[in-house]
Design a protein around this ligand. Structure first.
Ligand code: MCA
Ligand code: AMP
Length: 499
């Protein structure tokens, strides 16, 4: 059974039959049209530079496009970025998309091993980095041909040769997402995917030019980049960029800039709900949560104490946004809602099972990984590895995952990657890594270790892991055990450990 519930997301009177989410061709062309129609509209605010207006954003992105092209980048070449949110970074990102350059975002928490993997896999011609270590690691992995600069792209000016000429099927982004093998693979998102994703969320959440988003998410994941930033620019709306999330900065920005929107991961809502200032959320038109399950209890607390009936939605790097609670209908706690405009959804057993998706938002495949791509599609449907069930009225509940994945504070951790790192320690004979429940983080990375001799100090293992893994992947809890529980075939029974 295929579930389509697009009408539930549209404003009264709008017809789902009229939907063409890719009619504008590409985001860069659509953005340029938006800027030309309202050149003096404020677009983005950054603490250091204040507001930039549409006309200036167009000029700045054109200038940086020229610099990138002058450095030898051509359509299809890759530009890596790993930097905290800033106006300069956004300008460089938009400039790359306008040039047909494929953007490769990388988490700023990555250590040398993780940076080197992405650099050798994506082979970027330019890398934008705001940290000395990451610049050094990138240079070491990339070799002399790669230009390493700061997010201001301080390169010689040059007249851009190509601008806003991308085709819908051209690749726009490669976003690394870990596979079960432990080594991340790049999900290629086309310009059509990005446009469809932004159009769909914009329609469903009634995004207009008068909206103002407080954007405190990192820009190296699709939540902050594709939902927050791209959606803002497509709607002709504005956003206040914060370099990091913290409760006071978000609420201060909301008050100071008259913001109307906030998007966050459940850990952020958990922290907001515990603040004495939670009532200030009521000033916003809409709060949206995603990237991990929002506990029903937290949904209710935010409604009672924060005056916000948060819209929970469900997305993935490979598909952008898929399912959302409706703006006008019931925003059901514990459910992710109904398929977004353009998205077709089915469950492998009919009313429950694996969630499978189709639509203009679904990516064409992984970068240079045809086997991995073939494995995740079945009859043209993308198999998410998430398990769900439909309420009788079509609302989707996410029940769990068939893939081995831990989500901590909205960041994904693949147990296999952490296990491989710990196994390289001489005092570790066997290890199993699972997620255990946490009110604040959703799940925390927990390692069960069988020592090869006397158990070493736990801190020595954590320090060992810290050299190779981003902080959010390091085990927060570590237990020494005599043996791992296994079934008759010798497979570790992880669900027993997670309990
Ligand atoms: C930071 N730390 C973490 C995490 N973040 N540990 C586990 N899980 C995390 N997510 C570490 C820090 O390095 C530090 O380690 C310690 O925890 C305390 O840091 P703290 O200052 O409290 O944390 P923070 O810097 O305030 O970060 C919390 C955060 C952040 C703001 C919630 O994790 C965050 O920005 N999450 C958003 C992730 C996101 O954008 N996901 C979207 C993925 P130490 O003590 O050792 O120094 S896109 C996606 O999933 C799909 C498509 C979707 O549907 O959206
Ligand atoms: P990523 O690989 O970073 O794209 O993360 C995507 C995964 O996050 C999905 O496959 C889900 O497992 C999870 N996810 C995203 N949104 C939600 C949500 N609202 N509830 C539960 N899980 C979610």
């Amino acid at each position: 059974m295929t579930v389509l519930a697009w009408e539930a997301h549209l404003p009264a009177g709008a017809q789902a039959g009229d939907l063409d989410l890719t009619a504008k061709g590409s985001l860069p062309s659509a953005w340029v049209g938006v800027w030309a129609s309202a050149p003096s509209a404020p677009t983005l605010f950054d603490r250091d530079r204040g507001w930039i207006h549409a006309e200036r954003l167009e000029e700045a992105t054109r200038r940086v496009a020229g610099r990138l092209q002058g450095a030898g980048l051509e359509p299809g070449d890759r530009m890596l970025f790993s930097a905290e949110p800033s106006l300069e970074l956004v300008i460089a990102h938009v400039a790359a998309l306008r040039s047909g350059i494929v953007v490769v975002p990388a988490n700023t928490a990555y250590r040398e091993r993780e940076v080197a993997h992405i650099v050798t896999d994506a082979r970027p011609k330019v890398a934008l980095l705001d940290d000395h270590d990451r610049a050094r690691w990138t240079r070491a992995a990339a070799g002399p041909g790669t230009v390493v600069v700061g997010p201001d792209v301080d390169l010689p000016d040059h007249e851009p040769a190509v601008l806003d000429a991308v085709a819908p099927e051209d690749p726009a982004l490669i976003v690394y997402t870990s596979g079960t093998t432990g080594s991340p693979k790049g999900a290629v998102l086309t310009h059509a995917n990005l446009l469809a994703g932004s159009e769909s969320a914009g329609l469903a959440w009634r995004w207009t030019a008068s909206d103002r988003l407080v954007l405190a998410l990192p820009l190296f994941h699709v939540h902050g980049l594709c939902v927050g930033l791209h959606g803002t620019l497509l709607a002709g709306a504005s956003a206040v960029l914060l370099p990091h999330f913290d409760v006071d900065s978000v609420l201060d920005a909301t008050g100071a800039h008259g913001a109307s929107l906030f998007f966050g991961v459940p850990t952020m809502y958990h922290r907001l709900a515990r603040s004495s200032r939670v009532g200030e959320l009521a000033a916003l038109r809409l709060c949206v949560s995603g990237s991990a399950p929002l506990p029903a209890e937290l949904h209710r607390t935010l409604a009672e104490r924060g005056g916000q009936h948060v819209i929970e939605r469900y997305g993935m790097t490979e598909t952008l946004m898929n399912v959302s609670n409706p703006y006008d209908g019931e925003r059901r706690a514990g459910s992710v809602g109904l398929p977004l405009p353009g998205v077709e959804l089915r469950l492998s057993n009919g009313q429950d099972g694996e969630i499978q998706l189709r639509g203009p938002n679904v990516f064409p495949g992984y970068w240079e990984r045809s086997n991995a791509t073939a494995e995740c599609f079945r009859d043209g449907w993308f198999c998410t590895g998430d398990l769900g069930a439909l309420d009788p009225d079509g609302y989707l509940r996410i029940l769990g995952r068939s893939k081995e994945l831990i989500i901590s504070g909205g960041f994904n951790v693949y147990p296999r990657e952490v296990e491989e790192v710990l196994l390289a320690h001489p005092a570790v004979a066997e290890v199993a890594v699972v997620g255990t429940p946490s009110d604040e983080w959703g799940e925390v990375v927990t390692a069960f270790v069988v020592p090869s001799g006397d158990a070493p100090p736990a801190e020595s293992l954590v320090t060992f892991a810290a050299g190779q893994l981003a902080p959010f992947k390091r085990p927060r809890l570590l237990h020494f055990v005599d043996a791992l529980p296994r079934n008759a075939l010798g497979k570790v029974l992880k669900h027993e450990l997670a309990r």
